[in-house]
Design a binder for this molecule. Structure first.
Ligand SMILES: Nc1ncnc2c1ncn2[C@@H]1O[C@H](COP(=O)(O)OP(=O)(O)O)[C@@H](O)[C@H]1O
Ligand SMILES: [Mg+2]
Length: 249
């Protein structure tokens, strides 16, 4: 078992955003997590990658009121909830955030280098950069361009590239296709599949259930802070209640 989340419960003041969430991702899997807006998907990814803890430690008693996070996140045999976010990232558990915006004024290459700051080994960094450029040739052709000039799809690719530069072993990708045209989406999913093919484990949150279910070997469905179903794509699609109520299909 690679990632195991158990009884993860998150409250902002008294609003329960995650309610005893449990899931697991085995090494090498590509798992999807789907569910309606506001279900808690982003919060779950943020909690797993240590950002909620960061928020709790830095904002407690100031702007955001009380944040309570309980439960366990084990990655590669080690408990993550006790670690600060940068230590979690250092272990290769990397979040590629929703609408993850590269630094607009920086070039594509400099953005990728920022992603690579965790990697102290120059040779590994160089190899990873080559890999990113192979996966996303468009980034290579725009290497010295200002990132603000990229299209939506290219920006998403740059975010994923940046996460790979951080030596991701488990990549949490939050809604990569939101706002992209159908053809751009299709291309993006092919590339995500290639990233997976390189041996990187992926937990993919995606609004486009069709695409997500195509790629994933197993899926979780979330609603109102809870995992309400788990199964292979065909198992979930065969379930009329789930299909109609939660997947909007
Ligand atoms: N920092 C926060 N403070 C208060 N409530 C939050 C915060 N972040 C998320 N929420 C609430 O948590 C719920 C789940 O949000 P989110 O995780 O973004 O869902 P999803 O990604 O599935 O759309 C929403 O009701 C949202 O308003
Ligand atoms: Mg979200």
């Amino acid at each position: 078992m690679y990632l195991e989340v158990k009884d993860l419960t998150l409250l902002y003041d008294r609003a329960m955003v995650l309610n005893q969430v449990g899931l697991r991702v085995d090494e090498g899997e590509l798992i999807s997590l789907v569910g309606p807006n506001g279900a808690g998907k982003t919060s779950l990814l943020r909690a797993v990658s240590g950002l909620v803890k960061w928020e709790k430690d830095t904002l407690r008693g100031t702007t955001s009121g009380k944040i309570s996070l309980k439960g366990s996140v084990v990655f590669n045999g080690e408990e993550m909830t006790k670690l600060p976010a940068h230590q979690i990232a250092k272990r290769g558990l990397i979040l590629c955030p929703e609408r993850g915006k590269p630094f607009r004024e920086m070039t594509v290459l400099d953005n990728l280098r920022v992603g690579g700051y965790l990697c102290k080994d120059k040779e590994t960094s160089k190899k990873t950069l080559e890999m990113v450029y192979e996966l996303f040739p468009i980034l290579k052709s725009r290497t010295n361009q200002i990132s603000g000039a990229l299209s939506g799809g290219e920006r998403t690719m740059l975010s994923i590239g940046r996460s790979l530069m951080s030596q991701a072993r488990l990549l949490l990708i939050d809604e990569p296709s939101t706002g992209l045209a159908p053809m751009v989406k299709e291309d993006l999913f092919t590339r995500i599949n290639q990233v997976h093919g390189l041996g990187i484990t992926i937990l993919l949150v995606e609004q486009d259930v069709g695409f997500a279910f195509d790629l994933a070997t197993r899926n979780y469905v979330m609603s109102r802070g809870q995992i309400i179903a788990e199964g292979t794509s065909s198992e979930l699609l065969d379930n009329e209640l789930i299909r109609k109520t939660y997947l909007g299909l």
